[in-house]
Design a protein around this ligand. Structure first.
Ligand code: ATP
Ligand code: MG
Length: 283
């Protein structure tokens, strides 16, 4: 049995459970808010605070977990990152009040910096030979400069909206983060079969999310040209239509290429273009 830790509530919660569900794991909605059984996979889900998960992983209380990579770095634990998961993307940045000049890390010398990520900040300061005093705050770090508690902050940023609303400007990016699947190293060796099975499913789901299934009708004499446009997995499927001189082409395309490919296909004479999400993808 593997124990999978996920965030109890917060930014990662929904996407984490959605990912497990898309991997076919049916997590029982029980009365126990701390853990839940998985009905169809040899696993148990533990609901924990994101910031506590590195410690639980290190101690082997959880075998694997979905958590923000930034907390793994902050807690400086010896944990393996099995897979990056592509959601909850953010960066840890230094920000100062708008209008305050900032020409680089050395401008932080002798300053007070508020953060919830003291270890990551200290590493950055050390790297640049800067001495500053770190004020540890557990939440709402962005208000610290406004109330005179700090000269600068070091906090997680995604859209930058919170900084903007508080009159702060992002100046330096210390690290980039996203949700990851991480594992206790002993568990990785001892329970490799179950962990590999889950990692395999996660990879198939993530790959499928990045791709779309596309099908369209096209005159036979344009089939060759259209297949040049499609960045295919192997080779597109071409099926004859009942109507003489026409074919139906099927393929898989990357979400990022989608609009350019669509444009080119239309110019090439494609009609009745359908684009369908893919649930799982094993290639
Ligand atoms: P907990 O309160 O559960 O210990 P937390 O304070 O890290 O954890 P959240 O604020 O829900 O919880 O953030 C969870 C994770 O989401 C962060 O560690 C980070 O990886 C990611 N994240 C993405 N964007 C942001 C953002 N704009 N601000 C904060 N975290 C973000
Ligand atoms: Mg929190």
């Amino acid at each position: 049995m593997i124990k999978i830790a996920v965030q109890k509530s917060g930014r990662l919660y929904e996407d984490s459970l959605k990912l497990l569900k898309d991997c076919g794991l049916s997590v029982e909605d029980g009365l126990d808010t701390l853990k839940a059984q998985v009905r169809n996979f040899d696993a148990e889900v533990l609901f924990l605070r994101n910031s506590d998960i590195p410690k639980y992983l290190e101690d082997g209380v959880a075998d694997i977990a979905i958590l923000g990579e930034n907390v793994l770095i902050e807690k400086n634990v010896d944990i393996a990152v099995v897979e990056k998961l592509g959601f909850s993307k953010c960066r840890l940045s230094v920000a100062v009040p708008k209008g305050v000049p900032f020409n680089g890390p050395q401008d932080l010398n002798g300053k007070k910096i508020a953060t919830s990520y003291p270890h990551s900040l200290q590493q950055y300061l050390n790297k640049h030979n800067v001495t500053a005093s770190i004020h540890l705050i557990s939440g709402s770090v962005e208000i610290a400069p406004n109330i005179g508690l700090a000269d600068a902050i070091c906090d997680l940023v995604s859209s930058g909206n919170t900084l903007f609303k508080n009159g702060l400007e992002e100046k330096e990016i210390l690290l980039k983060s996203e949700a990851v699947l991480a594992a206790n190293k002993n568990s990785l060796a001892e329970k490799s079969e179950l962990i590999e099975e889950l990692a395999f499913r996660i990879r198939s789901v993530l790959k499928a999310r990045k791709n779309k299934y596309i099908l369209f009708n096209i005159p036979n004499d344009k089939v060759a040209e259209a297949s040049q446009i499609l960045p295919v997995l192997k080779s597109p499927t071409v099926l004859p239509l009942l109507e003489e001189g026409w074919s139906s082409m099927h393929s898989v395309i990357n979400d990022e290429d989608f609009w350019t490919v669509l444009n080119k296909l239309e110019k090439c004479g494609a009609q009745g273009i359908l684009v369908i999400p893919i649930e799982k993808m094993i290639v």
